[in-house]
Design a protein around this ligand. Structure first.
Ligand code: GH3
Ligand code: MG
Ligand code: MG
Length: 427
């Protein structure tokens, strides 16, 4: 199931809130609402932080390379301050950028899960501003006649921050405003800035900032929606598998008693028999039938009969010792137990224990011809790996024959089917 997280690694479900409803609310939110519903927002930030750090690092190394490659442009357009540019780009900004990129993971962990105070975003923002300031200082120092055209470099920086680095929208706004401000101050401080170039670069920068911010918003919104859809899918898969598991459980258990039903028993027996044959082991099957149950129903009524069957099933279940042994309702008032790796002696012991357990329930049965309480008769059969097929059916009919003998012998007793011939008295 999807759960909502505050801070990784702890997962905290939001009390009283239904995650599916939160996801649907997020998907239906208005165009202007970027933030996901409370709780989901934190989970989104927490889930996406690793991918964001990775993206920041990849695009950061690429940007650092481009930033230094712009020395070529410095050489062409601001050659009078070329060596200062080398110092600023390679000696000041690059070590700062490299240190951040190498430690991005550790730095990001500091701000993990704390929403806006996300170190990874702050680092990207500060690096972007750092690059902006570097360019501004180079332009401010240079007296080259081409330097006015070099203001187009701010466009590159804005496009990088808003579209390549994909700063989160609030950070993208702060970043764009910062670049515009630095550029504005730079233009104001530059003497004799030709007004045609000044107006056009300011306008171009403004429009570029506006367009890239719109694109940034749309990108972030699409990313968040994709996240919500993926969460909804995961949630649905979880719900379906839970339902499926529940259905499987239901399809395998008996409605009245809760123990395994006949279908499950048959599959289980087939499987157990195959395994037993393959491993040369032994397997025993016990069939139990409540004695004079028709009379019980007649005397105490059908609902009491149902309750009696429930109690018998519980007693049988509780009396099994090995976790792999399985009790199932075979039908009506008949139960079966599959005992893996149990030889004839173990089966006889278990059968007697089950018989006593039912008797010990002390459920009054005045109509019984063999006791004054509810009792069962048990027939057992053991499969030794001698390889005749179909073994499961044979085992069942053997156990049934032994049960028949137990009934014939007076009920409330155990009989075992012996391979050599006729059933004999059990334990
Ligand atoms: P025996 O000792 O030979 O086994 O006699 P019996 O009366 O137990 O056997 P019989 O086959 O004559 O009767 C079984 C009865 O079990 C008849 C049927 O009404 C009852 N029965 C079968 N399934 C259920 C059930 O789900 N609930 C209840 N209350 N009775 C059931
Ligand atoms: Mg019966
Ligand atoms: Mg019966």
């Amino acid at each position: 199931m999807l759960s909502l997280v505050n801070d990784a690694p702890g997962k905290l479900p939001v009390p009283g809130s239904d995650v599916r409803a939160l996801i649907d609310r997020g998907l239906k939110s208005s165009f202007w609402q970027l933030r996901l519903p409370e709780g989901l927002e934190r989970k989104y930030l927490s889930d996406s932080i690793e991918a964001r750090i990775q993206h920041t690092q990849r695009s950061g190394w690429f940007a650092l390379f481009v930033f230094n490659a712009f020395l070529v442009v410095d050489w062409l357009m601001a050659s009078d301050v070329f060596w200062q540019s080398v110092l600023i780009r390679m000696g000041v900004f690059s070590p700062f950028g490299i240190a951040i990129l190498l430690n991005a993971n550790q730095l990001a962990l500091l701000g993990r899960g704390r929403d806006w105070v996300n170190i990874s975003d702050w680092m990207s923002l500060l690096s972007g501003w750092g690059a902006t300031l570097s360019l501004a200082v180079i332009l401010w120092m240079s007296h080259s006649p081409w330097v006015y055209y070099y203001h187009a470099g701010f466009l590159v920086i804005i496009i990088y921050g808003n579209l390549v680095q994909k700063l989160r929208f609030p950070f993208a706004i702060a970043f764009s405003v910062g670049v515009l401000a630095v550029h504005g101050v730079g233009v104001a401080l530059t003497d004799n800035f030709p007004s045609a170039i000044r107006v056009s670069t300011v306008l171009m920068l403004l429009v570029t900032a506006a367009f890239t911010l719109v694109a940034n918003y749309l990108l972030e919104r699409a990313t968040r929606r994709r996240y919500l859809l993926a969460q909804r899918d995961a949630q649905m898969v979880d719900e379906l598998s839970a339902l499926n598991a529940q259905l499987q459980r239901l399809s395998r258990s008996d409605v009245l008693t809760g123990v395994a039903n006949r279908r499950h028993f048959q599959a289980h027996l087939q499987e157990a028999v195959s395994r037993t044959k393959a491993s040369n082991a032994v397997l025993s099957l016990l069939i139990m039938d409540v004695d004079h149950f028709k009379a019980y129903n007649d005397r105490y009524g059908h609902p009491a009969g149902d309750e009696c069957l429930r109690q018998v099933a519980l007693a049988l279940q509780a009396s099994l010792r090995h976790p792999a042994d399985m009790v199932a309702r075979f039908g009506g008032e008949e139960f079966v137990v599959v005992m893996q790796e149990a030889d004839e002696a173990a089966a006889a012991n278990a059968a007697e224990r089950l018989r006593q357990a039912v008797q010990a329930l002390c459920m009054r049965h005045e109509g019984s011809g063999c006791s004054d309480v509810v009792t069962i008769s048990v027939g057992t059969a053991t499969l030794c790996p001698r390889g005749e097929t179909p073994a499961a059916d044979r085992l069942l009919s053997h156990a049934d024959r032994a049960l028949y003998e137990a009934k014939r012998g007076g009920r409330n007793q155990v009989r075992a089917y012996r391979d050599a011939g006729l059933p004999q008295a059990g334990a």
